[in-house]
Design a protein around this ligand. Sequence first.
Ligand code: FAD
Length: 340
Amino acid sequence: MFIKKNFSLKKFNTFGINVYARYFVEVKSIEDIQKIFDIYPYISKFFLGNGSNILFIKDYYPGIVIKMGMKGKKVIKENDDEAIVQAYAGENWDEFVNWTIKKGFSGLENLSFIPGTVGAAPIQNIGAYGTEVKDTLIKVQAYEIDNRKIREFTRKECQLTYRYSCFKHPYYRNKFLILSVFFILRKKYKQLNTSYVEIQKELENINVKTPTINDLIQAIFNIRQKKLPNPKKIGNAGSFFTNPIIGVLDFKKLKYQYPDITGYSISNQKIKLSANSLIENIGWKGKKIGNVGIYEKKPIILVNYGKASGMEIYSFSEKIMKNIKKKFGILLSREVNVIP
Ligand SMILES: Cc1cc2nc3c(=O)[nH]c(=O)nc-3n(C[C@H](O)[C@H](O)[C@H](O)COP(=O)(O)OP(=O)(O)OC[C@H]3O[C@@H](n4cnc5c(N)ncnc54)[C@H](O)[C@@H]3O)c2cc1C
């Protein structure tokens, strides 16, 4: 374990912001973690995965950035129908998903190609194409900072909902370092989730009527290639905002006034609004201010066109939020974790 001083995080956040950390370390074991807490009991700590969902707004982080590097994945238990697998937090998420598929397990395929680590997946209950981590997660093992003990959270305790978990709650935020995650996956009855309209369209596009798991993954790959910017080419952190959830009556009123706004029903009473359509409706599609802009193909994604600072991106997001609040009375929330 090597502690680095005054370390540039440019390569450790997909926005490509050149923020410096006072200290930086990659931890690969519980012993490493304990040592860091012994050496630096009091300075602030930030837990880092692959930096694909964060925005540092200052140029300097005055504490220690602890990159989770614990690796390993294994099948804990299996029978003819199901398998329980454990993956350590520093594993690359997509490589882990691929590993489960190669083993003949299903349940995570719709979450293929999401950047990041296994440890960050429960933090915002990652989701894509009609599937969320909560559908297969059974428990999370975490290191509790205050008492330096390992604690387990059941799926229920994790409180996984749309882009949320208890780890984002102010009371729990930064208090637990996730060490590993357990999933229950299907072996038999591999019912694929192709319900998402975009997936159905893409399967039609590639002429597949009865998709195999590999066809589904190919369709997801194609959609993501077409719609999402590659952080290696242009700095971004995926969706910057979450889609707001409003009541059915409010949606009807909004739709009457602004017919272009879209949303879909998530229960009898609630509608998930498309933040993309709200941003388009304020006329910000393709907008650019200085080094920051809105991604043409998906307005919910903010991009760093060059040497943007974290504050520039943050201010840009503030402007979008203000305009949306003014026009529709709706408060957008940031999906990206802002580090003050
Ligand atoms: C191009 C692109 C596409 C994306 N598509 C999707 C998508 O389809 N669906 C989706 O849900 N997300 C998507 N994302 C967002 C992102 O990939 C996920 O949120 C991912 O889980 C972040 O993982 P990470 O390791 O990079 O986490 P980081 O960005 O490093 O961290 C995110 C948060 O988790 C915390 N954290 C990280 N690891 C740990 C740990 N071990 N213990 C405790 N806290 C931890 C950090 O402190 C931070 O608050 C996308 C991002 C990009 C750039």
